[in-house]
Write a new protein. Structure first.
Length: 216
């Protein structure tokens, strides 16, 4: 308990840091994932090719390698002087967007083709069909895999700690480890903090599933 109480401000800052990078990365991943999923089912071949390349590249690249590129290559080309938090959230958001894309695309495939054909028959464009007809119906199917994806994102945020981002694993655990505290006690509190976040995400998605569920 002393491990926590003696350095409670540091634990609080690291916990909030993990919450912040997880939340911002989740928003980036969700927006990009839905957009790229739209590209993948688009009738325009270049957009489909771009979406396929995006998913194939990011899903098959180790997250640590993406962080290395973001921190040591990207600042030399685009974002000079960007903070570790910004580079970390972009790495996590882009990486996770590929998994969100595939979950959303799978959900879109569960919507009967006749729904899209009926929408086109009344003059709706592809974007209008996707936004008004297909995605609202696909959401119920997409929620369970999204829950797992964002829980994985929370755990993946620990990688950011190795790149100077203040979060639970790389910030708090490393800080106390350097002060000589027992590793087991440090990791116990870090693990409990991650459990709080992941249970909160799981509960939030279960609530959404209940609210959006349909009687069968």
């Amino acid at each position: 308990m002393n491990v926590l109480l003696d350095y409670l401000p540091e634990f609080r800052d690291a916990f909030l840091g993990t919450l912040a990078i997880t939340a911002v990365s989740a928003v980036i991943a969700l927006v990009l994932g839905v957009l790229i999923a739209g590209f993948r089912v688009s009738p325009i071949p270049p957009l489909r090719a771009f979406g396929t390349a995006w998913v194939t590249l990011l899903r098959n690249t180790p997250l640590t390698l993406l962080f290395l590129i973001a921190f040591f290559v990207v600042p030399e080309i685009l974002f000079k002087g960007a903070s570790p938090f910004v580079l970390g959230m972009l790495s996590l958001g882009f990486y996770t967007s590929s998994f969100v894309c595939e979950a959303v695309r799978s959900g879109i495939s569960t919507v009967p083709v006749g729904q899209a054909e009926a929408a086109r028959s009344i003059g709706l464009t592809f974007i209008q069909t996707l936004r008004l007809i297909v995605l609202p119906q696909a959401t119920r199917t997409v929620l369970p895999p999204l829950s797992s994806i964002f829980i994985a994102l929370t755990k993946n945020s620990a990688v950011a700690g190795a790149f100077s981002v203040n979060e639970l694993f790389g910030g708090y655990a490393k800080f106390l480890g350097e002060k000589g505290y027992a590793i087991a006690a440090i990791f116990l509190w870090v693990a409990l903090a991650y459990l709080v976040i992941t249970f909160a995400i799981s509960g939030f998605f279960r609530l959404l599933e209940r609210r959006m569920g349909v009687a069968r």
